[in-house]
Design a protein around this ligand. Structure first.
Ligand SMILES: Cc1cc2nc3c(=O)[nH]c(=O)nc-3n(C[C@H](O)[C@H](O)[C@H](O)COP(=O)(O)OP(=O)(O)OC[C@H]3O[C@@H](n4cnc5c(N)ncnc54)[C@H](O)[C@@H]3O)c2cc1C
Length: 427
């Protein structure tokens, strides 16, 4: 099987780079073993919320010079200051053009409301999710926090307590719909994705509108768990119109409805453009000849190789098994690439869960063009992007999705520039 580019890992990074390459005329395949981090998505993409020294970032574009000084191996430092600004703007345009109209700008972080009711800085927030432009004053005097009886993946009490602390009056209301009883029969099935099957039905719209109105009489806004609008994205805007006040979504425990929807949306977009998405297959090894990958092999295809001019490794971090840690080392399992990690295992983690965890920064070594490094040498047709990269701390710096999206676009551009004199491959 021959392609211009084969992408290993079909999460946010693999899909963004794949869509970009297809848009530019390449023939692409994504091989992806399973779920991605998007299934745990908060509804907001972070670009840069804190510098490595902990100072808060209001304007990611203006802070990139300081970041590069503090962390010269950070993927953003490799991308470079002016290219970072260009790619961040390009990412905003890219998402909008493919039909993901997220709110936000790389020149000013805004604040999302977390499931704990805390205001956290972020870059881009998905439609209908609760956010505010600043972190001091919210525009509401009183909000109603609505939950469904028996739904355990959302905790209104935390949100209420946090909002009351910043002088917003709150009321918590629970409701039920008889149609939910069928889902409720099995408590482990009473999850956001299944609730949305009931909430997304047109015939339940009037009942829902009545419940929302009656339970928010003196409130300026309603806060509701993200469990509506999975298949029917028109239902929430119509409800908001009907009741005449904002219904603001807050993420639930996984599965993240908005995340699963975004994953499926990107995957469908990729396949509609002609991309081949192989879900449930695993790249297991490769032939590397003289710092060039000639063939890759998957579990399902056995000894039938995939041949591509270029390969993108976007297999994620430990969470997705793009990186593996054993008692002695951190390694990348497909190509055995060079990895950045601390040699003393005791330094990998901090016993205080909320402190900086060094292991978060471990990853595959690359040169400044994001070519993978193996035995200290760059591999000319193997590029690394997203969570597999080393040098950044997605949690402490608040830069997870930003690194994924920007490195995905950057790597796609590197490949297109490299191949611009070549004709697309024919089978
Ligand atoms: C639980 C969690 C929640 C997060 N939430 C947010 C958030 O809300 N906002 C934010 O800004 N950032 C968030 N992040 C940071 C996150 O890393 C990025 O946002 C981003 O989604 C990572 O995308 P990725 O495609 O690089 O990796 P992943 O999403 O991890 O995807 C990697 C994919 O590669 C596949 N794979 C792995 N090995 C192979 C192989 N050998 N062959 C084939 N396929 C393979 C995996 O099955 C997986 O589908 C979160 C991270 C985690 C772990």
């Amino acid at each position: 099987m021959k392609f211009d580019t084969v992408i290993i890992g079909g999460g946010l990074t693999g899909l963004i780079s794949g869509i970009r390459l297809l848009q530019r005329g390449q023939k692409c395949a994504i091989i992806s073993s399973g779920q991605s981090a998007l299934h745990f998505f908060s509804g907001s993409f972070d670009l840069l919320n804190f510098l490595p020294d902990g100072s808060p970032v209001q304007n990611p574009e203006a802070s990139i010079k300081d970041l590069a000084q503090q962390a010269p191996n950070h993927p953003y430092a490799k991308i470079g200051e002016s290219k970072f600004v260009q790619l961040a703007k390009e990412a905003e345009k890219f998402l909008l053009e493919i039909g993901i109209p997220a709110h936000g700008s790389s020149s000013k972080n805004h604040y999302r409301i977390t499931p704990m009711g805390v205001l956290k800085p972020t870059w881009l927030t998905m439609p209908n999710f609760a956010y505010n432009e600043d972190n001091e004053k919210l525009p509401w005097k009183k909000v109603s926090i609505l939950n469904i009886e028996g739904f355990l993946d959302f905790h209104p009490e935390f949100i209420s307590e946090a909002l009351e602390k910043i002088h917003i009056e709150t009321e918590i209301k629970y409701f039920n719909l008889p149609e939910l009883d069928a889902v409720r029969k099995n408590p482990s099935e009473f999850r956001s994705t299944n609730l949305s099957i009931v909430f997304d039905k047109e015939e339940n719209m009037d009942t829902l509108a009545k419940i929302f109105s009656e339970n928010s009489k003196n409130s300026d806004a309603i806060i509701f768990p993200d469990c509506i609008g999975f298949k029917n994205t028109e239902i929430l805007p119509t409800l908001i119109k009907k009741i005449g006040k904002p219904i603001l979504l807050v993420p639930t425990f996984p599965p993240s409805l908005v995340g699963v929807r975004t994953q499926q949306y990107l995957k469908n977009y990729f396949t509609k453009l002609g991309g081949i998405y192989m879900l449930g297959d695993n790249v297991v090894h490769a032939d590397v000849e003289g710092y060039h990958v000639s063939k890759i092999y998957t579990h399902n295809h056995g000894d039938i190789p995939f041949i591509a001019k270029n390969i993108i490794l976007s297999s994620g971090s430990f969470f997705s098994q793009g990186l593996i840690a054993d008692t002695k080392q951190v390694y990348e399992p497909v190509f055995n690439l060079d990895t950045d990690y601390l040699t003393d295992r005791a330094d990998w983690y901090n016993s205080n869960l909320f402190d900086r965890q060094n292991y978060q920064q471990f990853g595959v070594k690359t040169n400044s063009n994001f070519n993978a490094i193996k035995d200290d040498q760059p591999i000319d047709n193997l590029f690394v992007a997203g969570a597999t990269l080393s040098g950044f701390n997605p949690l402490k710096e608040g830069c997870g999705a930003g690194v994924s999206i920007l490195s995905a676009l950057h790597v796609a551009e590197q490949i297109l520039t490299k191949e611009k004199t070549h004709e697309p491959i024919t089978q």
